[in-house]
Design a protein around this ligand. Structure first.
Ligand code: GLA
Length: 514
């Protein structure tokens, strides 16, 4: 048993165990959801390289990757076996250049050193057709800025992604959502050659993208296959080729393609009709001269999880807007998450189910467009939200206010071991082991042979949850590790149990004991 009880804030934890099954620690609390207990340990001063161990890119395309790494700066970065078409800036840890022209797998070792120590981490660069070999991570403007979004917000979000440390955990996309093109009625919408114009809040979008790139981050954007976006701004209809080229020319690395105004189609619409606009844009992006991750946003119509990958999608929204999903007995994210969890068989590297953004911290209200207010989710619910998204290998896109990132919110967003569950190179979404009104058990196999398990208490009072090895397909002794607290808990055999707070989670990583 590796943990010591005196390390634990006992007022917040309890220990559950029997002679047969060794107990686990979990957040114990009453109905209120408890105080804002920070679980994530502070990063050590020595470097720790985070981020995925696999990265997909297309041959010869521009390459940009900022090595996510915690530790006291200055840190000196180096890399072994970096393809010669790439260079790593030793001080910033930013890799630039062009992907190798020859397809294949390039095994790089990233290294970081400072006055306190050093770290090394393998990164497999897979040069081929598939992007987003692990779920995209970043921030999106929608749920805080809505139609008020400006270039300045985007630049400040990029600054905050670095300053807050989020980028050191792998967050890299800085994505503007709707409302950057011309608004309906505000003509002209395009220049005389038909090229898309931005509205006055985006006076120099190319410079904005360059600024985001200068930080080693990536820039994302949004449009619609219809003539109008959901907020009634200009979409791509009839100009798809021109717009794809324009977005690539500006340097965008990610495109969310919404459905609004494309047609008044229903869920059972002919599949070819549903696929058509995505196939068109997907093919254009594939042949663009940059790597642009393609995010389908049509709310799951036509079982998009069955064909989103075939039309070039790297991730696809499986439900309607999370921010508009009313809370019932459970908060909205649970409703969306439970729906998304059902499609676990369809997720794989480069092709992810997208249950929408992480709405914690200070978030807005899509209906009123109001300014951000603190989330109403309890701490337990926030831990559940992040744990569930990571188990589901969901894109981790925060959409709260980057200007109001408090310590608790960052502790939820930035836990390297929790994020590692999401970014695991095996690329499996957790399967539903068991579900009822009062509990949900998810299990995600990981590349190193371990299994991440989430025991979610959907009930209204704290309770004991357990799962047996027979349900998980495991045998023998397993070392149980708590990724939130980054501690080994115990060696368990046969089953594990945890006492879990209302709407809370026990996230556990099980690895076979030697
Ligand atoms: C739709 C999408 C949202 C957001 C808005 C913008 O509702 O689902 O995520 O992009 O459009 O108008």
């Amino acid at each position: 048993m590796n943990y010591r009880l005196r390390d634990m804030p006992m007022s917040r934890f309890c220990f559950v165990g029997t002679v047969i099954f060794v107990g686990l620690l979990a957040v114990c609390e009453g109905r209120a959801g408890g105080a804002k207990l920070v679980l994530t340990p502070k990063p050590a001063p020595a470097p720790r390289i985070n981020g995925p161990t696999v990265y997909g890119c297309r041959p010869g395309r521009p390459f940009l990757y900022r090595v996510p790494c915690t530790g006291t700066r200055p840190i000196e970065f180096t890399a072994d076996e970096l393809p010669e078409t790439l260079r790593l800036d030793a001080a910033s840890g930013i890799i630039t250049g062009n992907a190798p022209a020859t397809r294949g797998t390039y095994r790089v070792t990233l290294k970081a050193r400072n006055a306190h120590g050093e770290d090394a981490r393998p990164l497999r660069l897979v040069v081929g057709d598939q992007l987003a070999l692990t779920p995209p991570m970043g921030w999106n403007s929608w749920y805080i800025h809505y139609s008020r979004v400006t270039e300045r917000h985007m630049r400040e979000a990029a600054d905050a992604m670095i300053a807050s440390g989020m980028a050191d955990f792998g967050y890299q996309y800085v994505n503007v959502d709707d409302c950057w093109t011309k608004r309906k009625g505000d003509e002209p919408y395009r220049d005389k050659d038909g090229r898309l114009l931005t509205n006055a809040k985006f006076p120099d979008i190319k410079a904005m993208v360059d600024y985001i790139h200068s930080k080693g981050l990536k820039a994302g954007t949004y449009t619609s296959p219809g003539p109008w976006t959901c907020a009634r701004y200009v979409g791509a209809y009839g100009h798809e080729k021109q717009d794809a080229a324009r977005l690539a020319e500006w340097g965008f690395d990610f495109l969310k393609y919404d459905w609004c105004s494309y047609g008044s189609y229903k869920h059972n619409q002919d599949l070819n009709v549903l696929k058509k606009p995505y196939l068109l844009m997907g093919n254009l992006l594939k042949t663009a001269d940059r790597d642009i991750v393609f995010n389908l946003c049509q709310y799951g119509m036509g079982d998009v999880w069955k064909w989103g990958g075939q039309v070039g999608g790297n991730c696809w929204r499986t439900t309607h807007d999370l921010g508009l999903t009313a809370a019932g007995r459970l908060p909205g994210f649970y409703h969306v998450g439970l729906a998304n969890a059902r499609y676990w068989q369809y997720a794989k590297p480069g092709q992810w189910n997208d249950p929408d953004y992480i709405l914690i911290g200070a978030v807005g209200d899509a209906r009123t467009g109001g300014r951000g207010a603190p989330t109403s989710l309890t701490p337990n619910e926030q831990y559940s939200y992040m744990s569930m998204w990571c188990l589901m290998a969901a894109p981790l896109i925060f959409s709260g206010d980057m200007a109001q990132l408090d310590q608790f919110t960052l502790n939820v967003l930035c836990n390297a071991e929790v994020i590692a569950v999401d970014q695991d190179a095996l690329g499996k979404q957790a399967r539903i082991v068991r579900q009822s009104d009062s509990e949900l058990v998810l299990a995600k196999p990981l590349e190193d042979g371990s299994t991440a398990v989430g025991l979610f208490n959907l009930g209204e009072t704290p309770g004991e949850l357990s799962v047996a090895w027979s349900e998980l397909g495991l045998a023998g002794k397993q070392v149980a590790r708590d990724p939130w607290r980054q501690k080994d808990l115990d060696v368990a055999e046969g089953k594990l149990s945890a006492r879990v707070g209302r709407h809370g989670v026990a996230l556990i990583r099980l690895r076979p004991a030697e």
